[in-house]
Design a protein around this ligand. Structure first.
Ligand code: SD4
Length: 308
């Protein structure tokens, strides 16, 4: 018997996001609608590191990445999108209303505006403005391991932003047993202008194969891209691994590629759900939390197991 409906999302922000997803899932709605509605909550919250409230690039401009994938291999993505509040919904519009999978930069913004998304002012949230001011003192790009213990948000990071991660990824299975996933981020703070991470890359930040399962990533995007993280997790599940074991094996691969020493400077976390509705996750380092929501309990927040 499948455990459905179910939603799993990254970090502490996954809890309120899951609850918005649950509004859709508990009424028999589609997983696709649930994962969009869920992460829109996080994109909306100005004091969080996702969406327009997130940290800017090193030129002081917030650029957003997002992608979405449904149960039929339909997918849509935007990268380096500026001044649009809900990149996840633009990604969905790319999926549903264009012949393409991915739009970037100016073209993505043009498309969003043509679709009726309001163009927001180019400003920084108070937290991001402070963080940027601090960062300018050294202007050193040095990402720090993402940490967020449940119930105890540590103010760590290159510049002490409100939380030192900037992504939410969500996977859901609906009452029909279909899977979908979403991922949205402002990317690594103080990145080079034009830098795109794993989050909007189908296969890296997110992958869904309805017959096998779905996976998503958070953490150092460059290291997720080079081993095509989320697709790797799904393929490991296809070989029979449980969601947690598949996430762990993918993290082990990152450790092998990076080597012991360099791996200590990064964080990567994967979440996964199987086609049976079993959920699991694994992280490289301590401090990754994820949220699970099902009929039993809609507010589970779990400190993820880790390798190092
Ligand atoms: C990126 N994967 O842009 C994102 C960052 C992230 O929590 O997940 N932060 O590389």
């Amino acid at each position: 018997v499948k455990n459905k409906p179910v939603a799993i999302a990254t970090w502490n922000d996954g809890v309120p996001a899951n609850q918005a997803a649950w509004q859709v899932l508990s009424k028999g709605g589609r997983a696709l609608d649930a994962v969009e509605a869920g992460v829109r909550v996080t994109e909306d919250s100005q004091n969080c590191c996702v969406g327009l409230g997130g940290n800017p690039d090193r030129d002081g401009i917030v650029t957003l990445d997002a992608c979405i994938m449904d149960d039929k291999f339909n997918c849509g993505s935007v990268a380096a999108l500026e001044r649009i509040k809900h990149p996840i919904s633009v990604a969905r519009a790319v999926m549903e209303k264009t012949p393409h999978v991915m739009l970037v930069g100016e073209g993505a913004q043009q498309f969003a505006v043509a679709q009726g998304f309001p163009l927001e002012p180019q400003t920084l949230s108070a937290d991001a403005a402070n963080a940027y001011k601090e960062w300018l003192k050294t202007s050193e790009y040095k990402p720090v391991v993402n940490i967020e213990n449940s119930g105890n948000q540590k103010k760590v990071g290159p510049v002490g932003g409100p939380q030192n991660h900037d992504t939410i990824a969500m996977l859901a299975m609906d009452a029909q047993g279909n899977l979908s996933g979403s991922c949205t981020t402002s990317g690594m703070g103080f990145k080079m202008r034009g830098r795109v991470g794993d989050s909007p890359i189908i296969g890296a930040g997110l992958y869904v194969d309805n017959e096998v399962g779905a996976a998503a990533a958070t953490g150092q995007g460059e290291d997720v891209i080079r081993m095509v993280g989320s697709h790797t997790v799904v393929e490991l599940m296809r070989q029979g691994l449980s969601p947690k074991a598949a996430c762990k094996a993918a993290v082990e691969r990152i450790l092998k590629i990076k080597g012991d020493k360099a791996a200590r400077d990064i964080q990567v976390g994967f979440i996964a759900v199987s086609s049976e509705g079993e959920v699991g996750a694994f992280a490289l380092q301590k401090g990754f939390s994820y949220a699970v929501c099902d009929a039993k309990d809609q507010k589970q927040l779990i400190n993820c197991e880790y390798l190092l």
